[in-house]
Design a protein around this ligand. Structure first.
Ligand code: NAD
Length: 494
């Protein structure tokens, strides 16, 4: 990556986006537009269509029509594979354009965005393209006069609702397996992170995806997202976002056609450091980056640091030092390690959590405030609060910002008990050189992902999904394909 190229791209005006329906840009049925504010400077960057219920229903009808006439679902696997591979190539050849557009919209630091957004999305689309002609049905072990076959059929129309953090990466986690298996998809990007995803959807058409197979509707969650949730014609909802919205989606499904609802929700992930960690210096640095990169707006962020009491003070000092050394600022500068908070509302919510933590007895070690307010952007210092008790707000509620809660523990049993003391179960880590303890921690901590002596970075070969109120069903790996197929039995008397 080259700073000059980034600077050229950031200076370009951003065109407005309409919906993408039946392969065409389509404005909102009532002409409504939504202003997109850049978190870099708080200014209006562009506008998108502000969708209506009618717009969402039109997109779903288009997807249904495309599915039923077989223009994609009926193509041979090799043909679908070719289109998806071309799409992955196009995402890669437009990677910097997509990354810069996304950062101007959502504030993620460019170093991370470049890898985690177009880089990861292209890899994911390619992974499922390559997989799609290697997925077989099954023959059941039946008596000789019977043939029992299990077919994997596409479900039909998939509704994908995407958050503002990592929209390309998370979008591809749904689009890759759903499209690979022959489904049609309607995308609903986030209000505060839609632009790069809309551009990525345009590239799918350029790659040869037939019109109507992938439609995208921008607008407010409570309008177009709700219409998708309540639709009688969406078969599966694949969602990443907050628990509050996830709960609504289950309710919409119950009130409409009982569509399957897959939820990837929030977390309060414990990063557990034992005194026998192989490298406490490394553990401190990774603890800082594990919560502060992308200003803490990472679903699996290690937002609770549980530290063995005997090393607590020194370890917290080392994490604070690492945090203070991280460069916060303009997310389009290559040296920036912590970009902008996504929106003013999110920034204010983060600051409110810090205030509450202190009022509940927490000690502020570093950070706690808004910075660079004169830029108009939404920037916050990496913040560490110690003495956070088991039931404190900061131990229980997801902040989704650069705020680390620290709690000491005396024994392995206490560490496990603290780790499991929230409604969430998304990710976690344990740092220890004791092999038996490492395996005990993997089993004992109730999460979808447990890291040992590292934090984050699990690639597309392994699933990511939560337990408890962190959700159900997994993105990534071949297991994700199950979400987008129906099992159909053929029971044949010979
Ligand atoms: P959000 O729930 O506010 O919004 C997510 C999406 O839902 C947006 O597209 C929004 O428009 C839509 N939406 C909002 N209200 C809706 C409604 N009533 N009906 C239908 N759709 C609606 O979440 P967010 O603030 O964009 O994202 C942050 C959250 O996402 C955090 O909790 C974070 O932990 C979680 N997250 C989870 C993962 C994971 O893999 N588990 C990954 C990234 C983010």
């Amino acid at each position: 990556m080259d700073q000059t190229k980034i600077d050229v791209l950031r200076a370009l005006p951003v065109p407005g986006f309409d919906h993408l329906i039946e392969g065409q840009p389509v404005p909102a049925s009532d002409g409504g537009r939504m202003e997109i504010i850049s978190p870099i400077d708080g200014r209006v960057l562009t506008t998108t269509a502000k969708g209506t219920v009618a717009d969402m229903n039109a997109a779903i009808a288009s997807a249904r029509g495309a599915f039923e006439d077989g223009r994609w679902s009926g193509q041979p696997p090799a043909a679908r594979k070719k289109v998806l591979l071309k799409w992955a190539d196009l995402i890669e050849s437009h990677a910097l354009e997509l990354a810069v557009l996304g950062v101007r919209d959502n504030g993620t630091e460019i170093g991370m965005a470049f890898k985690a957004e177009p880089g990861s999305a292209a890899g994911t689309i390619r992974y499922y393209a390559e997989a799609l002609d290697k997925i077989y049905g099954e023959i059941a072990p039946t008596p000789g006069n019977i043939l029992g076959m299990i077919h994997k059929e596409p479900v039909g129309v998939v509704g994908a609702i995407i958050p503002w953090n990592f929209p390309l990466m998370i979008g591809a986690w749904k689009l890759g397996p759903a499209l690979a298996m022959g489904n049609s998809v309607v995308l609903k990007p986030s209000e505060t992170g839609s632009l790069a995803l809309m551009r990525m959807a345009e590239l799918a058409l350029e790659a040869g995806l037939p019109p109507g197979v992938l439609n995208a509707v921008t607008g407010e969650g409570r309008v177009v997202g709700e219409a998708m949730g309540l639709s009688m014609d969406v078969d599966v909802l694949a969602f990443t976002g907050s628990g509050a919205t996830g709960r609504r989606l289950m309710e919409y499904a119950a009130r409409s056609n009982m569509k399957r609802v897959y939820l990837e929700l929030g977390g309060k992930s414990p990063n557990i450091v034992f005194a026998d960690a192989p490298d406490l210096g490394e553990a401190a640095k990774v603890a800082a980056s594990g919560i502060f990169r992308n200003a803490g707006q990472v679903c699996v962020a290690g937002s609770r640091l549980l530290v063995e009491a005997s090393i607590h003070d020194d370890f917290v000092a080392a994490v604070a030092q690492a945090a203070e050394a991280m460069r916060v600022g303009d997310p389009l500068q290559l040296e920036t390690q912590i970009g902008a908070v996504n929106s003013e509302a999110q920034l204010n919510a983060n600051l409110g959590f810090v205030e509450t933590a202190i009022s509940e007895g927490g000690g502020l070690v570093t950070g706690g405030g808004r910075i660079f307010e004169d830029t108009g952007g939404y920037y916050m210092e990496p913040t560490i609060v110690t003495g956070v008790t088991r039931d404190a707000t900061l131990a229980q509620k997801e902040v989704f910002g650069p705020v680390l809660a620290v709690t000491p523990f005396e024994s392995e049993e206490e560490a496990i008990s603290l780790a499991n003391a929230t409604v969430y179960g998304l990710a976690g880590a344990a740092w220890t050189a004791n092999l038996s303890r490492a395996h005990r921690m993997v089993r004992a901590v109730r999460t979808g992902v447990m890291h040992i002596n590292t934090y984050g970075g699990a690639d597309g070969t392994v699933p990511l999904g939560g337990v408890g109120q962190s959700g159900n069903g997994s993105d990534k790996s071949l297991h994700a394909i199950d979400k987008y197929v129906n099992l159909k039995t053929a029971w044949i008397k010979l």
